[in-house]
Design a protein around this ligand. Structure first.
Ligand code: ADP
Length: 931
């Protein structure tokens, strides 16, 4: 058992659940034992050994004044750092106690411009007095609702909402990417949630006092912070949401050093406000991060021309949380349009904004008491921009636009009053330190002025002393100076040292000179020290009062900061629209997405882009997109999703014209190579994503499917894709774009009324393929499985034999198309999801697709039942997922070895296989076929 200083450290460490403890020992903060090793590893500190009563412990330390950057670095790496400060006891000893815990979600000193959220998540009924405390009981279930509260202590932003299920929760967490997550008592053992958080987010998970999540305590905390009526007046009646909010507030109070005061406004939002863009879709569409994890090449990076950090945060939020409120979107579009068409005014606005400091953040720094004089100067200078900004937006075309209205929320009188007050108070070039004077202007405070005058008078006397001594006593080589040991002294060269006047007392002899003091000098010295101290103290006191005065106006700073952020984000969208020939979308409540000459917002930046039209509406709601690999299918579909998303972010869109029906959600699934690296089977992931879409999408959603069923055997895959198409078409009725390499699916267009085919055209001449990048109506004219093998140079005999065998295989297979179920009777228990039947699909069609002829026949017209497997039911219900073509009939007429070769051939991913590998596989296939 360690005693002494190390023992004290270990005792304190045991008191806290922080990961690391920094303990003050005199002029240093020290880390001992494991903590020393940890900080040494993370921060390159040198470890020494501290012996304590016979044992030796690793020790690392940093000087008192240098702790902050170290703490910041540790916290940014996800550690929670406790700081213990030293104080003097009544008995005159030194004792230490933990004064604060700095955590990723409550770190104020961040150099990163992005928002930095602390989140609490609560599941209804968990540990809140009802239900069980053990999350495991329910683990794996999707049971909501969930309460989510998010606080950004750096700006004072505070958001609360309720979410229906775990997938909504994940999407929301992914969107805000909190630095720290506090799971409620019932969720701590929810492995699924925690795994999801770890996988999706860069933040860390912290366990916090379960009591803070209790409904009574939480409600009280919310009332204390925002007022009794606040929760009601913003319409939060969800218990889990209140519990999450209360827990966040309690946590900030407990750990954050005084930042709670910056949280002044409670913002609640509900399900209906935003477009549902799940985490997978945010990733697939590369909104703020590419699939590879880069920031370059994202939608955000492309349209971001903001000039302030706060504007960047705002724009990012608009893109990741598109809205459904048409009026709000029209207002934003009006503003973008006005700014886009007024180039000069826009430049002026951006020029003014360019000088703005991050007021949202400065507000938090004043309330927490960490802002210094230079920061208050930035507040002053930024407030001073408001009139210039108001002038800029009052110009011609902008004056009647919502851009001008953004500033209406700012109290201009209070703004200029505060600015003047700061201008009157602050010195122009204050020092970094707060305690050595020089912070405030003359004329700000009478008492201070008097001190300053007296101080200046003495300094003046001291400064001119040497001259006087020379003159009066005829001494050459005289200087007056001051140092730590001697204080003020008169230094006289040795040659004249014996001629000094009476009253000079020698205090030191140096090589070439002597130092003297006089009574008067000592007197003045005492006075100067007294005055310096008094001035420093008074200035600091006055400065603190001034800062408190500014902190009391934190809400005003936040208002101005918000207006700056908003105008900056609007100007950014306008800048991009004007520079790239984007157009204002026409928003409509009709179910349609009609794009003329649309482009992909990111790809068009680096490519000679071929624009394409898109037409999705009530009659034509489901497009099957075919075309060879690399022809542009994904690009076309993502472009549709991005145009939809941009329109609902209030942005112009890359198209000649676009009519955009508002959606409640955008869902995508695309081939996910990354997942494979994470050890999750691609097929499992694919099916989870598909499942989520089929559950979540509605008739008002946009669904993008880039290949479904690729991760399993062909017939499994076709069956699933087929059934999913029917379900989306008949039941969900979402606007859908579905790219597939299963040529078979294209025949669905003949039988499901709203399904149409489009294909990306290629030009083939003499075996040379030219990508035209043009999307045309109708299906591709061939199946690309075998075609791709052909393109890849697989020898002709194999390709033609494969085509032959495929035909034979198809002859034995039959798939039924089930169209337009409206009564729910045969929709596998899902029931009809959309009441407004469109009339054309009243009957269930029982049609069989004969794959050998490539055509359909009514079920009763079938000339022969094609074996046991072809019972006229989609094989989705009965097939196995073991990768084999399912049961007997598939190989009827073909020996099993040939069937296996065909299967392997058609599932080869040419893009992922090296030519050498392909050659050797082809050789192997030939050998097997010969046998
Ligand atoms: P697919 O999904 O059919 O395999 P992609 O959509 O990935 O094909 O497109 C392949 C490449 O073609 C992309 O990298 C893109 O640069 C280019 N491309 C796609 N569409 C267009 C277009 N409309 N104009 C110009 N280039 C395009």
């Amino acid at each position: 058992m360690a005693t002494g200083i190390v023992g004290e450290f270990l005792d304190l460490k045991a008191e806290t659940d922080a990961d690391v403890l920094a303990m003050q020992c005199g002029d240093f903060y020290e880390f001992f034992a494991d903590d020393a090793e940890l900080v040494a590893d993370e921060l390159d500190l040198t470890v020494s050994q501290k012996s304590s009563h016979g044992s030796s412990y690793p020790m690392a330390g940093v000087p008192l004044s240098e702790l902050t950057p170290y703490v910041k670095a540790l916290v940014e790496r996800g550690y929670r750092v406790a700081v213990a400060d030293q104080y003097e006891t009544d008995a005159g000893d030194h004792a230490r106690e933990i004064t604060r815990v700095v955590t990723p979600g409550t770190l104020l000193e961040t150099s990163d411009d992005d928002a930095r959220y602390l989140a609490a998540v609560v599941r209804e009924g968990d540990g809140g007095g009802r239900g069980t405390d053990d999350g495991r009981a329910d683990s794996g279930c999707d049971h909501g609702p969930y309460g989510l509260a998010l606080a950004d202590v750096t700006t004072g932003r505070f958001l609360v909402t309720e979410l229906d299920d775990a997938s909504d929760l994940r999407a929301e967490l992914y969107r805000f990417d909190p630095a720290e997550v506090l799971p409620g008592p019932g969720l701590r053992n929810d492995d699924d949630l925690l795994a999801a958080v770890r996988e999706d987010l860069s933040g860390s998970v912290s366990v916090f006092d379960a009591e803070a999540f209790a409904p009574g305590r939480a409600r009280h905390a919310v009332s204390e912070q925002f007022g009794d009526e606040a929760a009601d007046s913003v319409g939060i009646d969800s218990e889990p949401a209140i519990r999450a909010a209360g827990a966040v507030l309690a946590y900030v109070e407990e750990t954050g050093a005084g930042v709670l005061a910056s949280i002044t406004r409670l913002t609640a939002y509900g399900d209906g406000d935003h477009v549902d863009v799940d985490a997978t879709t945010q990733r697939n569409l590369e909104l703020t991060e590419t699939m590879r994890g880069d920031a370059d090449g994202t939608l955000f990076e492309t349209v971001d021309h903001t000039v302030t950090a706060a504007g960047g945060r705002r724009l990012r939020e608009w893109l990741t949380r598109p809205r459904r409120d048409r009026d709000a979107l029209e207002r934003r579009l009006d503003a973008v349009e006005a700014l886009a068409s007024a180039a000069l005014a826009r430049d002026r606005v951006r020029e003014v904004l360019g000088d703005a400091a991050d007021l949202e953040r400065l507000a938090a720094r004043t309330t927490s008491g960490s802002a210094g004089a230079r920061e208050l100067l930035s507040v002053r200078d930024t407030l001073a921009l408001v009139p210039a900004l108001a002038d800029a937006v009052a110009e011609t075309t902008l004056a009647d636009s919502p851009v001008a209205a953004v500033l209406d929320g700012v109290d201009r009188e209070r703004t200029s009053a505060l600015r003047e007050e700061l201008a009157d108070a602050l010195a122009e070039d204050p020092p970094q330190t707060k305690t050595q004077g020089g912070l405030l202007r003359k004329g700000y405070d009478d008492e201070l002025d008097e001190l300053i005058e007296r101080h200046e008078a003495v300094t003046e006397w001291l400064d001119t002393l040497a001259e006087r001594e020379k003159r009066e006593h005829g001494l050459s080589h005289v200087t007056v100076d001051r140092n730590k040991t001697d204080g003020y002294y008169i230094q006289v060269g040795k040659s004249v040292a014996d001629r000094v006047p009476e009253g000079y007392r020698e205090i030191k002899t140096l090589k070439n000179s002597k130092r003297f003091v006089t009574d008067e000098l000592e007197e003045r010295e005492r006075e100067v020290l007294r005055l310096e101290e008094a001035r420093g103290e008074l200035e600091y006191e006055l400065f603190e009062a001034l800062r408190e005065r500014v902190a009391a106006d934190a809400e005003l700073l936040q208002d101005v900061g918000r207006a700056i952020a908003e105008i900056d984000a609007l100007a950014s969208l306008a800048t991009h629209a004007a520079g790239n020939d984007w157009t204002r979308p026409t928003l409509t409540d009709e179910r349609r997405l009609d794009v003329e000459a649309g482009r992909h917002p990111v790809v068009e930046r680096t490519t000679d882009f071929v624009p394409n039209d898109l037409e999705l509406d009530a009659e034509r709601g489901f497009l099957i997109v075919t075309g060879p690999n690399m022809s542009g299918k994904s690009t076309y579909m993502r472009q549709a999703a991005l145009i939809q998303l941009l329109a609902q972010a209030g942005s112009f869109v890359p198209a000649r014209a676009a009519e955009v029906g508002l959606v409640d959600g955008i869902y995508t699934r695309v081939g996910a190579l990354d997942e494979l690296a994470q050890g999750r089977s691609t097929f499992m992931v694919e099916m989870q994503e598909l499942s989520n879409i089929l559950h979540s999408a509605t008739a008002d959603s946009l669904v993008i499917l880039d290949e479904v069923g690729r991760g399993t055997a062909t017939y499994d895959g076709i069956s699933i894709a087929w059934a999913a198409t029917e379900y989306l078409h008949n039941e969900v009725r979402a606007r859908t774009l579905f790219a597939t390499h299963y040529h078979e699916l294209t025949t669905l267009a003949d039988h499901l009324p709203r399904v149409e085919n489009v294909h990306v055209a290629v030009d083939e001449r003499d075996g040379e393929v030219t990508f035209l990048r043009t999307v045309r109506d109708g299906p591709t004219n061939r199946s690309y499985g075998v075609h791709v093998a052909d393109l890849a140079g697989v020898p002709d005999p194999v390709v033609s034999r494969a085509a032959e065998v495929l035909d034979r295989l198809r002859a034995e297979k039959a798939i039924e198309a089930r169209g337009g179920s409206r009564d729910g009777a045969d929709s596998a228990g899902h029931g009809s999801r959309d009441g407004n039947a469109d009339g054309e699909g009243g009957d269930t069609k029982q049609v069989v697709f004969d794959l050998s002829s490539g055509s359909f026949a009514a079920a009763d017209e079938r000339s022969r039942p094609a074996g046991a497997g072809a019972t006229g039911r989609s094989s989705a219900d009965g097939s196995t997922a073991d990768g084999s073509a399912d049961g007997g009939t598939a190989t009827a007429g073909v020996d099993p070895e040939t069937a296996a070769v065909i299967e392997e051939l058609s599932s080869v991913d040419v893009a992922e296989t090296t030519p050498v590998e392909l050659l050797s596989r082809v050789q192997e296939w030939q050998e097997r076929l010969d046998r």
